[in-house]
Design a binder for this molecule. Structure first.
Ligand SMILES: Cc1cc2nc3c(=O)[nH]c(=O)nc-3n(C[C@H](O)[C@H](O)[C@H](O)COP(=O)(O)OP(=O)(O)OC[C@H]3O[C@@H](n4cnc5c(N)ncnc54)[C@H](O)[C@@H]3O)c2cc1C
Length: 486
């Protein structure tokens, strides 16, 4: 009987620079390539609705790319701790290959599976395919986990040379079909797309999931957004950031590809990006690494305050306010534009993520976990590390947290980062004809002036949900009280 190997795709939906896949191909044995959709949250959080849409299209692309190299992707649905052992039993592979994952339930699942597979006589080989550094590799001089970004990033880069990305395999040898194993399913049967209603029109307009889409997005960033990134990355009205986050989240581009493509463009003069643009872009990639470092050392990052004193915080339970925030109906234009961008496109600019998160936590004093969960369901790039780490950062409950007295003023943030109101006009069309002078604070215009632009507060657009000054004072008082009791 021909010896075979099993390759399990997870958050590494690419052929290029995939170390685990390259190692499987190197065995020169027939390859059984699989992906398992796990609808439960037994082994990590179940995917949100937006990510299910992304996954559907990514798997479609990956299957086509694999077929073009002579291979076949087999899809399964179910609990991997059941599917994998029965596949191993039927296929009897010499080796099972996968890329490592870092969420605690996924780690537990993989550890148990490894023991199970190895007890049946096969070997498991796992690889780092999604981070520059393994989360446990970077420590303080005392060998302890790092809690602050700047020293973390310094330590992560010290004496570390980012390996060059490897090319995609030139051929994928398919394995013969297996008898008696778990039954594969089709993409359609996986039922990943929204129906009744299908709300995914805005996502299809904005994104091309898959490895080729990632390549196009990276090239576009290098030619259009990279030069000036250091200054313009905070501007949601400009196409100034890479929009690579969903591709990185699903592993459709590797972090090493992004690193080296931007380095090469900078050093070859292909772009007018400055050394500062490059340094700042790389440090954003560093925040992603740092988030995984935090998740590894704080496995309950999405549910437990890193600073336990926050367990005493007096959060407000207000479903009506929470709903207004989710629907982009707070009456604060920059907040509403962000929440509607999220709903329509599955994405939100980083600066606006900070503004809307600060608004939920500080102006509305609603628990950051509510916001984190909404982002998890609606963001295409919803990430088990970056999402909770960023929410805890804004809340002030995290490791390296924003100072508690930093309460974003939504009007000033809007004026500074969306100076002509272009971003607000795009996502809050009912305010589109307002002059830039009042677009970030429509209530400061006289009702007569507003009505000349077709705006009536409380009718065509909400009046502010809370008074900014009062909300700010209340938040400061609540944070101060927490500090005093901590
Ligand atoms: C409340 C909140 C929630 C967030 N949730 C997520 C999330 O679920 N998934 C996610 O990938 N990012 C999250 N971020 C971080 C950041 O907003 C996005 O990574 C960024 O907006 C993605 O856009 P981009 O690819 O154009 O970024 P670019 O500016 O082009 O940055 C390049 C890459 O660096 C990484 N990166 C950039 N900023 C950060 C950051 N602050 N933290 C971690 N990684 C970063 C991303 O992988 C990004 O694709 C969150 C930020 C906030 C404030």
């Amino acid at each position: 009987m021909t010896e075979k190997v099993l390759f399990w795709f997870r958050d590494d939906l690419r052929l290029t620079d995939n170390p685990a896949l390259a190692a499987a191909v190197q065995t020169e044995k027939p390859l059984h390539l699989i992906y398992i959709v796990d609808d439960s949250s037994l082994h990590g959080r179940a995917l949100g609705a937006a990510q299910r849409w992304w996954l559907n299209h990514s798997l479609e692309r990956l299957s086509a790319d694999i077929a073009a190299l002579g291979g076949q992707l087999h899809l399964y649905r179910g609990d991997p701790s059941v599917v994998i052992p029965s596949l191993v039993e039927a296929l009897k592979p010499t080796t099972v290959f996968w890329t490592r994952r870092y969420h605690k339930e996924q780690v537990a699942c993989d550890t148990a599976l490894k023991a199970n597979i190895e007890s049946s006589g096969s070997t498991v080989r796992s690889y780092n395919g999604s981070l520059l550094r393994e989360p446990w590799e970077v420590t303080s001089k005392l060998g302890t986990p790092m809690r602050v970004f700047t020293p973390y990033w310094r330590a992560a880069r010290l004496d570390f040379v980012v390996p060059q990305p490897a090319p995609a395999p030139s051929r994928l040898a398919p394995s013969t079909p297996i008898r008696n194993g778990p039954k594969p399913t089709s993409l359609a049967e996986l039922n990943l797309l929204p129906r009744n209603p299908d709300w995914s029109g805005g996502l299809s307009e904005a994104w091309i999931p898959g490895e080729n889409g990632a390549r196009v997005t990276l090239d576009r960033f290098i030619s259009e957004g990279f030069a000036g990134y250091g200054d313009s990355r905070n501007r949601p009205d400009l196409p100034s950031t890479s929009r690579l986050s969903p591709y990185l989240r699903f592993g459709e581009v590797s972090i090493r590809q992004v690193w080296h493509a931007t380095e090469a463009a900078y050093h070859s003069g292909q772009t007018r990006a400055s050394s500062e643009d490059l340094r700042i872009f790389q440090s954003e990639l560093g925040w992603r690494e740092f988030s995984y470092h935090l998740l590894f050392h704080q496995p309950d990052l999405s549910s437990i305050n890193v600073q336990r004193s926050f367990d005493q915080f007096n959060w407000r339970n207000d479903p009506v306010m929470l709903d207004a925030w989710k629907r982009g109906q707070t009456g604060y234009p920059i907040v509403d534009a962000g929440m509607r961008e999220l709903w329509q496109t599955g994405f939100m600019h980083n600066r606006v993520r900070m503004i809307v998160a600060s608004f939920l936590i500080k102006h509305l004093r609603i628990d950051w976990r509510e916001g984190e969960a909404w982002f998890w369901d609606t963001l295409l790039d919803a990430d088990p590390a970056s999402n909770p780490a960023s929410w805890q950062w804004v809340a002030g409950s995290g490791a390296d947290a924003a100072p508690y007295y930093r309460i974003f003023n939504p009007m000033l943030q809007g004026e500074k980062f969306d100076p002509d109101g272009r971003y607000v006009r795009r996502f809050v069309p009912e305010l589109a004809s307002l002059p830039s002078l009042v677009i970030h604070a429509p209530w400061t215009a006289r009702p007569l002036e507003l009505s000349s632009f077709g705006v009536k507060l409380g009718s065509t657009y909400p009046a502010p949900l809370v008074n900014h000054e009062r909300a700010r004072e209340d938040a400061l008082a609540a944070y101060k009280a927490l500090k005093e009791t901590a």
